[in-house]
Ligand binder design. Sequence first.
Ligand code: GTP
Ligand code: MG
Length: 236
Amino acid sequence: LKKREALTTGVSSIDALTGGGLAVYDIHEFAGEFGSGKTQLCHQLAVTVQLPPSRGGLGGGVVYIDTEGTFSPERIESISARFGVEDPLANIYVFRPLSVDELEEFVVRELSRLVKGGSRLIIVDSVIALYRAQFRGREWLAMRQQRINYMLDWVKRLSRLYSLVAVITNQVVSVPSAWGVAVKLPAGGNIIAHASTHRFLLKKTGDAFLLEVLDSPRVARGASVEFRIEEDGLHD
Ligand code: GTP
Ligand code: MG
């Protein structure tokens, strides 16, 4: 059996935790509070995907869907210098949708054409922001969930069809637990839970960051690793 291709995160402890990196065909969800490292991780992956397979990359480009307007070319440049990737922005297609309609239109009409051109990674940072803004209130919840599902279904299908790694980020919501202590869980309910092959929770405590496995077919639930974030990206 041929081992499935996987993408290095550039952090060896996270690669080890995920069994060798992020696997093609799968959707990887990273949820966490603001400042927990979701966007920094996305930037790093947009660089490592360009590395040759001999160095843990997929030798391809990335389609970066930036729904929050936080993509930073400067960040990409400094991470690339660390990994020795030249002209990284040439292989990153950034799309900044301003509404759910624009996001859907792009995913349905443009994405397949773009990935055929050599992309190996799709990033949606974040999957929830536009939907939360556009579908507010209980009466819109069913519609919101249906539209999220529609979009993620396309991402999943294209990942299978073109051997891509998919990465989505998500916000968290506070949910009261049995002991009266609120716990933070990914937003978006069972639609996003179901669409994601692997779910991770990111946390920031002081200067340290933590990545915890919430759900995965391959990794023990609750397993976690620490990492750091520097000017040039995520480190062990
Ligand atoms: P939201 O999008 O607001 O939900 O947050 P996020 O999870 O996407 O946060 P992001 O990935 O932007 O992480 C921000 C964290 O990265 C900050 O808390 C900083 O600690 C760290 N960080 C960002 N830029 C730098 C930098 O240039 N140098 C260092 N040392 N740390 C940085
Ligand atoms: Mg962010």
